[in-house]
Design a protein around this ligand. Structure first.
Ligand code: MIG
Length: 729
């Protein structure tokens, strides 16, 4: 059950598609127009309205947490699967240098789930900053504050009386691939309608599904986007790109995508090609596609100020850029130097910007990544000018502590300055709105710009699209990657912990830079990271300028990399099936153990294992030089060990803790009781993988069944019904 409360006059985000009728709650701070609320009476809500589970004191929503309560969610954030014990601030941030103490990453995902004696979900819908103090200030209090205090609150509970529910509302029919047990319904030669495996789903998962029902179906990329991606900032010439493909192919390592970072553009200008570095760009695209490899260019949010550059000229002429307080185009510095920001929130400007992607679609491009769309501001022209005005005063001076720190603050504080976010404006839904009030929508609306244009330009075809900044709602238009992580072991684990939280918020096509973006990666870190990454939808090795080369062939012998990426190809039918079932039934692809064994106190606290789809549990190694790790099994499971892409061991393990040895060249997974894992033979790219020749690894009895999903992988028109096939033992 969903209940909606409106505090003040919130700005629409278009996160929720169909809003339930609201019970009004008036926050006296903002809603001065509402005479019912008296100044001193902060806790007043309109008579008769009370918010379940929460207290509202006029400043914050709060609730007392029991010792046993777990707080899941909040999407892209640092720290645990259980978010207790930290403060998280939803404020899309360009934050390369992030670590355990960081409060805001690139996304703003205000959905959380409290699971304890009472279990319920909360979604705080506002484009402004929200602070979640999850037991940091007071260890047993969750306190949520909203800048401006205008917001919509959704309280989501599972249907009353259901301890464990089944997916009764998810019905589809499937083709029967040799399942004798199935009775066919008369007149339906395709099979019978059944529940999704008749799977029991826990209360936490029911709540997530309810929430996801509100915000709409998750983005579905083309099937080839489940392949292997190689990226680097940068492969600056066509020659470099060809060399990546050549190396991969020479070593027979699977490859589906090569990413192009900013250097493919002419001086970082969106929708241009540097013809010196890429003289035959169109041929390059074709040539690689024939090898099964797509080129995926980056698009940045800032548009270079340059006379004669059509995007700039048109934007100026039609008034599509964000303006400052005086109505002049706001100037920021990003990669191309001085730039304007397209007003992604303005319907017309958004349509215009989205249609610019056509330039690249026309060159054969089928996928994009949207960057710098928090938006990142290296500097604003105004702030830079202030610094230069001040500089002469420091020159020759014996700088003492005050001067030095002031100087340092001015110079190092140039980027992403909060005041700059308060000095430009959007035209949003017919009104002039200051940026900071709608900050968290910018990346979302940039990605929406592209996705809406693709729907018009390529109505039949899925286009790969993912973004750095995001807000809930953007999950309908594209995926996310989690930004500039580091080649650190702790960031491998962070990648794992983030996945279910992102899924809860609708971001299914998601992943981190594998091997780490900043810092120098080592061979063992890349192998261990891949042992997680091969289970995640967006699998991309990406690394930063100046860091050690991070392609698999940069570390000497490639056999182990070939093996692990070949295993990715073997897993594809399963991974794609699980992804599509999650996307089409508002489910989760990666789940914490507590979402299935919600009554098992140990499972609920596991922070370093995940369920991937219905059949598989993973427990990757994330410590350097560890020979294995402890794994918790909530129930009896089958350990399956792969050496390279081949099965080397299948052993049934009892419930409880086990130490499992996992050498660097092996991947271990666990199959749940009663479940099946279909494996393809392999291949060197997605198109090579044969969906028909499947080996069924399982921990089940004869007659057990798996719903395999397949489609041709590119059409937008997807129905679970059309793609499901039963596979039986
Ligand atoms: O400020 O385009 O997160 O993936 O390689 C750096 C260069 C800008 C940030 C992205 C990263 C990309 C980099 N970009």
């Amino acid at each position: 059950m969903v209940r909606r409360f409106v505090f003040g006059n919130p700005i629409e985000t278009e996160a929720v598609l169909e809003k339930p009728k609201a019970a009004q709650v008036y926050a006296d701070k903002t809603d001065t127009a509402n005479a019912n609320v008296k100044g001193e009476d902060k806790a007043v809500v309109e008579s008769g309205v009370s918010i379940p589970h929460l207290a509202w004191d006029g400043e914050a929503l709060s609730l007392r947490m029991d010792e046993e309560d777990i707080v899941y969610g909040l999407g892209e954030n640092v720290r645990g699967i259980n978010k207790r014990g930290w403060i998280y601030v939803s404020n899309c941030s360009d934050i390369g240098d992030h670590h355990e103490d960081t409060h805001s990453l690139y996304g703003a995902h205000n959905f959380l789930l409290i699971d304890g004696k009472e279990t319920f979900g909360l979604f705080i819908d506002t484009p402004a900053k929200v602070t979640f103090d999850v037991g940091y200030t007071k260890y047993d209090e969750l306190r949520i504050t909203v800048e401006d205090s205008a917001f919509e609150l959704y309280v989501i509970e599972a249907a009353a009386g259901d301890v464990i529910g089944t997916l009764a509302n998810v019905m589809y029919s499937g083709r029967d691939a040799g399942c004798e047990r199935e009775e066919k319904a008369a007149g339906d030669d395709r099979g019978v309608r059944v529940e999704l495996s008749g799977q029991e789903i826990s209360i936490p998962e029911q709540i997530v599904r309810e929430f996801r029902g509100l915000i709409g179906r998750s983005y579905i990329p083309p099937k080839w986007a489940f392949g292997v991606g190689q990226s680097r900032w940068s492969y600056p010439t066509a020659q470099d790109v060809r060399e990546v493909a050549r190396q991969y192919h020479e070593h027979h390592i699977p490859l589906d995508m090569i990413y192009l970072d900013i250097d493919y553009m002419e001086r970082c200008k969106d929708f241009t090609i540097d013809r010196e570095a890429f003289p035959d760009f169109e041929e390059l695209v074709e040539e690689l596609k024939k090898q099964g490899v797509r080129l995926i260019p980056i698009i940045d949010a800032g548009v270079k100020i340059e006379k004669g550059y059509d995007v700039y000229e048109e934007g100026i002429e039609r008034g599509y850029f964000c303006k400052d307080a005086d109505g002049k185009e706001f100037v920021v510095g990003v990669w191309p130097g001085r730039c304007h920001l397209p007003d992604m929130l303005d319907d017309e400007a958004r349509r215009w910007f989205g249609h610019k992607y056509k330039t690249l679609l026309d060159m054969g491009i089928e996928g994009f990544w949207n960057d710098m769309n928090e938006p990142a501001l290296f500097y604003s022209e105004k702030r830079l000018a202030e610094l230069f005005d001040k500089l002469p005063q420091y020159k020759g001076k014996n700088m003492g502590v005050d001067d030095f720190f002031e100087f340092q603050r001015m110079a190092f504080g140039l980027s992403n300055h909060p005041e700059d976010y308060r000095s430009f404006y959007h035209n949003y839904r017919g009104q002039r709105v200051r940026h900071d009030k709608v900050h968290n929508l910018f990346g979302y609306y940039m990605t929406r710009a592209a996705a809406e244009a693709f729907e018009e330009l390529e109505p039949e075809k899925r286009i790969l699209l993912f973004s750095r900044a995001s807000y809930i709602g953007m999950h309908r238009y594209g995926g996310v990657w989690t930004g500039d992580n580091e080649s650190w072991w702790s960031h491998l684990l962070m990648n794992l912990k983030m996945m279910p939280a992102l899924n809860m918020c609708g971001f299914l096509y998601a992943g981190a830079d594998i091997g780490g973006f900043g810092s120098d990666c080592t061979r063992d870190l890349l192998l261990r990271w891949l042992a997680l990454g091969i289970f995640l939808p967006l699998l991309r090795n990406h690394s930063a300028l100046g860091s050690r080369k991070q392609e698999p062939y940069a570390f000497g012998d490639t056999e182990d990399f070939r093996g692990i990426l070949a295993l990715r190809c073997r897993l594809l039918p399963y991974l794609y099936s699980e992804f599509m079932k999650a996307a089409l039934t508002d489910g989760m692809y990666a789940r914490p153990l507590g979402f299935v064994w919600s009554e098992d106190p140990i499972a609920r606290r596991v922070e370093d294992q995940l369920l991937i789809g219905e059949s598989v549990m993973i427990a990757p190694v994330y410590e350097q030089n560890a020979a294995g790790r402890m794994v918790y099994l909530p129930e009896e499971m089958k350990l399956v060990r792969f050496r390279g892409a081949q099965i080397a061991e299948e052993t049934v393990l009892s419930a409880g803790h086990h130490y499992v040895e996992i050498p660097l060249d092996e991947v271990v997974l666990f199959i749940r009781k009663g479940h099946i894992l279909p494996l393809a033979q392999g291949g060197e790219c997605v198109a090579d993988v044969d969906w028909d020749e499947l080996e069924l690894v399982h921990f089940a009895e004869r007659g057990a069944r798996y719903e395999l999903y397949d489609d041709e992988g590119e059409s937008r028109n997807v129905e679970l019904d059309d793609g499901i096939q039963w596979i039986c033992l």
